[in-house]
Design a protein around this ligand. Structure first.
Ligand code: GLU
Length: 369
């Protein structure tokens, strides 16, 4: 278990098995595992499905294919049941985050989600994320919680993703009809052949979500996040994980999550403006591994919104020293530059963050990071 922060995705088949609402049948061993992770100083974020399945019996829909409104009502009532079901397994508080694809695409909301998750983890709270099914329609949705979990792993800077369902992992053929089916314990390359193999089986449970699980693994591993598909209905799987063994299919990340993130910040994100800093801030950034504070900012140029990427330049020679994601818009920064974060509230009326650019969201340009 050499991860620091893990996103654990739990599928509906584990939260609400047998189509009879929420159950603790499988969640007990998952919750025990999470508690064990906490004891070992690992941070955990849960992405839990099951709201629609949990609410299904509580909404009279009179049809085998419920309407969108009926499904959204199921999600609404089921989400409460699902959260209550999780909370009863923990002494520490759980928190709920309901997000949509639109929230993750919007830079401002993206940074809000990131800050909220960071704050929850700092306070030893277990965040439980689900898609906001009651408001999202198809075009706004991620659509499945496997892909949502990969996006949550990215936004939270996790270095590991566990996708738990009721299958052991990825097989070379359908294990139900072929007793010789072989489980892949490690996958290094995700290609069309793999998608076809996973999609080609007639195993309803295995394919029920194998495609989206592989998509999630592809997204996550590209960002340096090790991904595992595991059978969460088998408690022995968790014992093995705790012993450092791989009980399912592991998708190998090509580089570390930190490296991938720094690379993304440095080379992929376009700068929307620049922040000029003084000698003290230059020293803090280059030599002390510090975040960028407003007190060291002397000038702002360009027009950017909160959550966009900006360059950080030296006041003396305009060298670009670093790049990072700004917690504030350029308009706000003009007002708070040079100030202490205690004054943000008085000047702006709010203070979403004491840092202007958090160290985790910053990369130095001249140092190999
Ligand atoms: N958000 C859906 C729910 O809670 C689940 C989507 C999925 O399982 O992929 O019911």
């Amino acid at each position: 278990m050499n991860f620091k922060r893990v996103v654990i995705k739990v599928g509906s088949a584990l939260v609400a098995p047998d189509g009879k609402g929420c159950s603790g049948k499988y969640l007990l061993s998952i919750a025990r595992f999470i508690t064990e992770c906490h004891k070992r100083d690992k941070e955990v974020i849960l992405v839990s499905s099951g709201s629609v399945a949990a609410g299904r019996q509580l909404i009279h829909h009179g049809s085998p294919n419920p309407s969108i409104a009926a499904k959204q009502a199921m999600a609404s009532v089921g989400q409460m049941q699902m959260m209550a079901n999780w909370q009863r397994f923990f002494d520490t508080p759980c928190s709920q985050l309901l997000i949509t694809h639109g929230d993750l695409k919007d830079r401002r909301r993206f940074i809000n989600i990131k800050n909220t998750l960071r704050m929850l983890l700092e306070n030893n709270i277990l965040p439980v994320v689900n898609e906001n099914d009651t408001v999202a329609t198809d075009e706004l949705k991620v659509g499945d919680n496997d892909n949502l979990a990969a996006l949550v792993a990215m936004v939270s800077d996790a270095d590991c993703l566990f996708i738990l369902s009721d299958v052991d992992g990825v097989f070379d053929s359908d294990p139900r009809s072929n007793s010789d089916a072989k489980l892949f314990s490690e996958i290094n390359t995700i290609d069309d052949a793999l998608y076809q193999m996973a999609g080609g089986t007639s195993n309803k449970i295995a394919t029920g979500g194998m495609k989206t699980k592989i998509q999630a693994a592809e997204k996550a591993t590209e960002h340096g996040i090790e991904t595992y598909i595991l059978n969460g209905s088998n408690s022995a799987v968790f014992d093995k994980l705790l012993l450092g063994e791989n009980p399912g299919t592991r998708f190998v990340a090509k580089q570390s999550a930190l490296k991938a993130k720094k690379h993304w910040l440095k080379h992929t994100l376009k700068s929307h403006g620049s922040i000029v800093i003084d000698e003290g801030a230059i020293n803090a950034l280059l030599n002390k591994g510090a975040s960028l504070l407003a007190s060291g900012i002397v000038e702002i140029s360009g027009d950017f919104i909160k959550g966009e990427s900006v360059s950080i330049t030296a006041h003396c020679d305009s060298r670009v020293l670093a790049k990072g994601i700004s917690q504030y818009s350029s308009q706000d920064l003009v007002k708070i530059k040079g100030k202490n974060s205690n004054d943000f509230d008085t000047i702006l009326g709010y203070c979403p963050s004491k840092e202007i650019i958090h160290r985790d969201d910053l990369v130095l340009m001249e140092k190999a990071e």
